[in-house]
Design a protein around this ligand. Structure first.
Ligand code: GLN
Length: 432
């Protein structure tokens, strides 16, 4: 699709907040360079508006940063450029990545190209929609509690959150830095693995970034879709939390397909699943509060509390409250303990299985404009996705089927550093 056509069509979808006005010249320049072609070879890429791209507006979909033009490239962006990926623009998102629907953006919600009239999911709403609409070949998203996987599921695309530390976070504007990871979104597993291969790897600018063997990062090269010899687990607690019978049906059909293809399916249990959401949100509130202290209006744009939306403000107020000295030990320490417990429970599951399967979201995307006034209803979208962030493990989503035309994805999780195994299982499933 030509850039002019993307711009025209995006008037309806609103996947982009800002376009790269140098796109055409960058494309021409690349066409002229026939030798030395990078791995992304002119693929069109969308970048979520919380990653720095030099010369573009990095707003985090907030009024706070509406005029912030970045002066440097995030490590992932630098690597995309070095591999000859072409950045189309900055995608829409929930404000500061706080949300599961894409509706908290200061720049208005994004439409779901695969389910018109419905939310695309969030917070990487624009990245998912840009991929689903065919505007880009792939996109970068960030995932703190499901923000890559949730919109991938709702838009019928592939999304992957790597092991914590596999991809540099340098140049990503934090939501909660102990949970945030950047990852790829694409229409198929192969392209997602390719983008991941390009962006992953050690980075001296991010101390949490791992330094692993070169072969670990060859995700595209090592893709192998053989499902035989893999042991898949499914927790009985998952079914109790799916609020839509259609989703349950699609997920179980997916599991049956994996079984018919030779994958072994076993039942596992996650008895403490019910504490995952409060654990996640308490961690996020505190880390987000801390991350936003630099947004005081002196250096960048406005003071965040003066101009932000309701959900961002809620998190700042609660994060501040929890962090108060008088509350020491009451909430945050408990949340950290709960996180350790869940992490242990999840890692024990992987002593007996290779891949943990689950639904991605427990319900279908609501209609744009449908008012959800209780934040807990919005938070409930995240129950299956926060687990991977709390445990730091890799997790990806592949379209599994549709319910009255609305896509839903099957989630694949693996133990830390088993990113390749997870991608392989996703690839195998995609080709069934
Ligand atoms: N929906 C979750 C939240 O609002 C996850 C967001 C994310 O992954 N960035 O925090």
């Amino acid at each position: 699709m030509e850039i002019s056509e993307i711009k025209e069509k995006d008037k309806k979808i609103n996947a982009f907040i800002a376009f790269n006005e140098k796109f055409k010249s960058e494309e021409e320049k690349l066409k002229g360079n026939l030798t030395n072609r990078g791995k992304l070879e002119g693929l069109k890429i969308g970048v979520k508006s919380n990653m720095n791209v030099s010369g573009l507006k990095i707003t985090c979909a907030s009024k706070t940063l509406e005029n912030y033009v970045s002066f440097y490239d995030a490590t992932v962006v630098e690597r995309v450029k070095r591999s000859h990926g072409l950045i189309v623009g900055m995608t829409n998102m929930d404000e500061f990545a706080c949300g599961s629907s894409g509706e908290t953006s200061y720049f208005n919600p994004t439409q779901n190209p695969s389910a018109p009239g419905h939310i695309p999911g969030g917070s990487s709403s624009g990245s998912a929609a840009a991929v689903a609409a065919g505007f880009v070949d792939c996109a970068l998203g960030s995932d703190t509690g499901g923000s890559i996987r949730n919109p991938a599921s709702h838009c019928g695309i592939v999304g992957f959150k790597p092991t914590y530390g596999a991809v540099s976070r340098y140049g990503l504007i934090d939501l909660a830095m102990s949970l945030d990871q950047i990852g790829p979104m694409a229409r198929d597993v192969k392209t997602a693995a390719l983008l991941l291969e390009v962006i992953a790897g050690q980075d001296g600018k991010d101390a949490t970034c791992l330094n692993l063997d070169k072969n670990f990062y060859a995700f595209h090269k090592n893709l192998d879709g053989n499902l035989k010899n893999l042991k898949f687990g499914y927790a009985k607690e998952f079914d109790e939390l799916i609020s839509d019978a259609g989703i349950k049906n699609v997920i179980h059909k997916g599991i049956d397909k994996i079984s018919s293809a030779g994958g072994e399916i076993v039942n596992v249990s996650l008895p403490d699943l019910n504490i995952a959401l409060p654990t996640y949100y308490l961690n996020v509130y505190v880390e987000f509060f801390s991350a936003t202290r630099k947004l005081d209006g002196r250096r960048y744009g406005y003071k965040i509390e003066d101009v932000c939306g309701e959900e961002v403000l809620r998190r700042i107020i609660l994060g501040k409250f929890i962090s108060q000295k008088e509350n020491a030990g009451r909430y945050y320490r408990k949340a950290i303990m709960a996180r350790t417990l869940l992490k242990k429970e999840i890692s024990e599951i992987f002593t007996n299985i290779d891949i943990l399967l689950s639904p991605t979201v427990p319900k279908l995307p609501h209609k744009i404009g449908e008012k959800i006034s209780d934040p807990r209803v919005m938070y409930a979208y995240d129950i299956f996705t926060v687990l991977a962030n709390l445990a730091g493990i890799p997790a990806g989503v592949v379209p599994a089927g549709k319910i009255e035309g609305i896509p839903t994805g099957l989630q694949f999780m693996g133990k830390a550093l088993d990113d390749q195994k997870v991608l392989n299982a996703m690839y195998g499933f995609e080709n069934l």
